[in-house]
Write a protein that binds this ligand. Sequence first.
Ligand code: GTP
Ligand code: MG
Length: 236
Amino acid sequence: MVTREDQVLLSLEQALSARISSEEVKRWLRDYAIPFHELMAYYRCAMMKVETKFRILNENISLASDSNHIESIKTRLKSPMGIIDKMIRYGQPITVNGIEESLHDVAGVRVICSFVSDIYLLAEALLAQDDVKLIERKDYIMNPKQSGYRSLHLIIETPIYLQDKKKYMKVEVQLRTLAMDTWASLEHKIRYKKSHEALSEEADRELMECAEICAELDMRMERVMSSSSRMKEEGR
Ligand code: GTP
Ligand code: MG
């Protein structure tokens, strides 16, 4: 039977083989295979913890407002290939400690919210927790990327409790609305379909305009939601 550990090691070996000599791969696996596997397990624990934090917040906030604030949550662990490529891009030696220190997005949690206001509500509630430390915040909703990309990105650090120790782990959290997520998924597909060739200026402009239409949709949905909840409160 192929275990999860075998699969991780196989894809790690493939990632390394494409980039360093077979002698170096052997040495790397001898020195780092076990610590790498452990580190990935710690990142999985940290993702589980952060996902649970959002599920608890959703339950709790929904009690007061009688509606869900989160549409869905996705978690992903960066692949060995993605990790090695990024370390090479950063010009860092590929060691397990180096990966932990240099990369902030090995563990990713994406929270798809109903409305823009839910994004800020959930982010503030998460950051107010005792065991969550903010490392970096990038607000691509207030300041969209040149591509038109919108989301709120947080790099946080939180402890996981292991059998005999407490370990602080970094997690990248991306909060976005359904409209922002739809745009980002399709834009990614369109942009990377052409295997990293640049898109035409016209296609870039179209994508940017689509992002603005999504932002307009979010704003109008938020307005409808606020005015209908005001009417409900006033008993109209
Ligand atoms: P990298 O992590 O190397 O990408 O650089 P960075 O740390 O400066 O990244 P940033 O925080 O700006 O964005 C990281 C992630 O956000 C990416 O891995 C994507 O998931 C998402 N993202 C950022 N920009 C875009 C974009 O223009 N289009 C799409 N579809 N996703 C984006
Ligand atoms: Mg990043």
